[in-house]
Design a protein around this ligand. Structure first.
Ligand code: SAH
Ligand code: SF4
Ligand code: F3S
Length: 463
């Protein structure tokens, strides 16, 4: 790692070596934004610390998708009220985009707020704060026609997040994201391919996750498509694995299904949020598909690639959801047999259509329905995972752990399952970031244990 200079001069100011502490809430896009922010701050002589008490700059990258995410941030921000005056405190992300001005007014310790479309200007804003200008909020939208960036990575691993589209035009009736992330805008295919080539060649990246709120809309504005992009990325030598998230079922094209049959670098995993199994609820959510269409898509994907693992998101207790409508979700879960689900109770978001609906459901009903969904899914998951036993999977080792004093390595399969394996006796190899074949020995609904089979080293073509 490069030595941090004692002091650098930027414009009219000296920037001594300083530390930034950052907390990120929400989705992978927000986590990647935080990575971009850290990369920009490096130019102002900041390095990251995980101890808030050591920090000269405290940053929150917020999420507004559910009440719980909001509450966590407000509580953590509240805890910073005693921090000494010379520490700069700022909030960015989705809450800041819509509430930035009010936050700065309400919380005396908050020096500035910045929205989701100005994160590449974080350097200028931090400069401004250190120049003595505090209590401002920047939440402007980038009005340029195109979306052009270069991916920033700071973590030194072979995995990278690559934004390919930002914003969302879908306006599902419950969702705040179109208000916090603005309209859809895609990067040009050629730019993304060059960016990934650069990451592979110069930064040793082997696995990319293409990011967007709705990646299946990718390229619509430029006459390009996700399937096309995946086909081009497949050709990059040294790139082993390609993931993408999140997909909206409405936009899954036959070409994309076909890509899963043809492209061997494409992960055997698709996160395809369904939200509900009831057609009437899906209509009220403005999701633009039916449960039959969704199940057909799942079947097509599995026919294209029998190893395909599908995960989803469910909202329990959408306004006025009847017991029958809830049972339709239960039926869909039984039919689709997901590998994993993210399920939450409905949370009204100010400014969205569904927040204005009169609603007869109580929190109790919502929680009971969520519990039923999770209990059923646990049973399904147990059976789905059991079928892995005895099979061999290639994993990318991402972590070293230990269990009862014994070394355990954690790896992730192409189908996105976390697998734990113990090295053979006397084997002291450092497997971190190796591609390793393992055989699954036992499973539960939430974990997979495996034994070591063979090591492919740090970089081999993904089979
Ligand atoms: N773009 C993705 C979802 C992004 S938001 C898609 O269209 O599927 C991530 C998840 O948060 C959603 O899939 C949904 O399940 C959940 N979510 C969004 N708004 C919510 C709300 N108001 N209450 C509860 N869950 C919500
Ligand atoms: Fe939200 Fe719907 Fe857009 Fe997903 S597609 S981000 S759920 S509005
Ligand atoms: Fe949350 Fe914003 Fe992502 S609301 S889920 S951080 S896009």
């Amino acid at each position: 790692m490069e030595q941090q200079p004692a002091v650098i001069r930027v414009g009219d100011l000296d920037f001594p070596a300083r530390k930034v502490w950052m907390r990120t809430y929400g989705c992978q896009m927000n986590y990647h934004d935080s990575e971009r922010i850290l990369s920009h701050l490096g130019k102002l002589n900041f390095t990251a610390t995980d101890k808030q008490e050591d920090a000269d700059l405290v940053l929150f990258n917020t999420c507004a998708v559910r009440d719980l995410a909001n509450l966590k941030f407000y509580s953590h921000l509240g805890e910073t009220s005693h921090i000494k005056k010379d520490v700069v405190i700022a909030a960015g992300g989705c809450i800041a985009q819509t509430e930035g001005k009010d936050l700065v007014k309400k919380y005396k310790q908050l020096d500035f707020a910045f929205g989701t479309d100005v994160i590449d200007n974080i350097g200028e804003m931090v400069y401004r704060a250190y120049a003595g200008d505090r209590k401002f909020s920047v939440t402007t939208w980038d009005r340029s026609e195109d979306y052009s960036i270069e991916t920033k990575i700071t973590h030194g691993t072979p995995q990278a997040f690559v934004n390919i589209i930002k914003g969302c035009d879908k306006f599902c009736s419950y969702c705040i994201v179109p208000f916090t992330r603005g309209r859809e805008k895609s990067r040009r295919l050629e730019e993304v391919v060059k960016d990934v080539q650069r990451l592979v060649e110069f930064s040793g990246i082997q696995e990319v996750t293409l990011l967007g709120q709705n990646v299946n809309s990718y390229g619509k504005d430029n006459g390009e498509s996700l399937a096309q992009l995946l086909g081009e990325l497949q050709k990059i030598n040294g790139l082993e694995l390609i993931r993408y998230t999140t997909s909206h079922p409405y936009d899954v094209s036959d070409e994309l299904v076909d890509a899963h049959a043809k492209l061997n670098k494409l992960a055997n995993h698709l996160h395809l949020p369904v939200q509900s199994g009831s057609n009437t609820v899906l209509q009220r959510m403005l999701r633009e598909y039916t449960s039959e269409h969704y199940l057909q898509l799942v079947a097509k994907m599995r026919a294209a690639n029998p190893e395909m693992v599908i995960t989803t998101d469910i909202i329990a207790g959408f306004p006025n959801e009847t017991e029958e409508e809830h049972q339709d979700t239960i039926k869909l879960l039984k039919a689709a047999r997901f590998d994993f689900i993210y399920a939450y109770t409905y949370s009204p978001r100010k400014g969205t259509k569904s927040a204005r609906m009169t609603d007869v459901l109580t929190d109790e009903i919502r929680s009971r329905r969520l519990q039923e969904i999770m209990d059923l899914q646990e049973d399904i998951q147990k059976e789905v995972r059991q079928q892995m036993e005895g099979k061999t999977y290639r994993v990318l080792v991402i972590e070293k752990g230990s269990y009862k004093g014994q070394t355990k390595w954690n790896g992730r399969t192409s189908c996105n399952r976390l697998v734990h394996f113990t090295p053979s006796e006397g084997d002291v190899t450092d497997y971190l970031w190796h591609w390793v074949d393992v055989e699954i020995t036992s499973t539960t609904a939430f974990s997979c244990q495996a034994k070591f089979v063979r090591d492919h080293g740090k970089k081999r073509t993904h089979a």
